[in-house]
Design a protein around this ligand. Structure first.
Ligand code: CA
Length: 235
């Protein structure tokens, strides 16, 4: 139904919740709505999962054993991750709500909540972050295929697992392919950093993408360096 991206791809939702009944309720309903769902029980597991995978939205319980939902949210935002985060809590105190939003949550739902309302909020956040038209396509270069909407990258028809940041960087390069993009532009638009950012970070991620996608990563053919200016995706 209203859940973007369209039939070509299924949005992947990460659920971080330690209570088994609540976890099952959330994931069953999300799956019933047609989303792909991954469940983890702790913030630590969520961090580990996000190192290797991408998702379209995170459902994050505030009260977790070990690292709290608020701390996880703060860390993800500090890493520059911009995907929507919906926080859940059993507590209704205004201070928690404000704190959650302060550390970068997009929305806050207090338990108990109705399933219909929960799903409506999920749809609203996914709609807000639907990829723009220019990034809804598929492109191929060399033996690499990139399906932006499905967040799927393959090389010789085998899936390449990119981290969320690596994928966001690739998506940006694809959307701006043929253009020279500066490190500062990448930091601003992909990382969301201000002036204090370290451009070396961009270089490191470009190197990672090259190692995944280039036939000869040290002599790149597609993701090229434009000396003194930045990078350019030539496809
Ligand atoms: Ca909990």
């Amino acid at each position: 139904m209203g859940a973007p991206p369209s039939a070509a791809g299924v949005p992947h939702v990460l659920v971080v919740e330690d209570e088994p009944d609540m976890r099952m309720l959330l994931s069953d309903n999300l799956e019933f709505e047609g989303y792909e769902v991954t469940n983890v029980q702790s913030a630590e597991d969520a961090l580990t999962w996000l190192e290797r995978h991408t998702c379209a939205l995170v459902i994050l319980d505030l009260m977790l054993p070990g690292m709290s939902g608020i701390e996880l949210c703060g860390r993800l935002r500090a890493q520059g991750m911009r995907l929507p985060i919906l926080m859940l809590t059993a507590r209704a105190q205004e201070s928690d709500r404000v704190f959650g939003l302060d550390v970068g949550a997009d929305d806050y739902i207090t338990k108990p909540f109705g399933v219909a309302e929960f799903l409506a909020r999920v749809r609203a956040h996914l709609r807000r972050t639907t990829p723009r038209a220019e990034s809804s396509e598929e492109i191929a270069f060399g033996d690499v295929k990139v399906h932006i909407r499905r967040r799927l990258v393959t090389r010789r028809d085998r899936r390449i697992r990119l981290s969320t940041r690596e994928f966001e960087l690739l998506r940006y390069l694809v959307a701006h392919r043929g253009e020279v993009v500066s490190r500062e532009q990448l930091l601003r638009d992909v990382w969301g950093y201000g002036d204090q950012a370290v451009t070396r970070t961009v270089d490191n991620y470009i190197a990672k993408l090259r190692s995944h996608l280039e036939p000869r990563p040290h002599d790149p053919k597609y993701i090229v360096t434009v000396h003194g200016s930045g990078y350019q995706l030539l496809v």
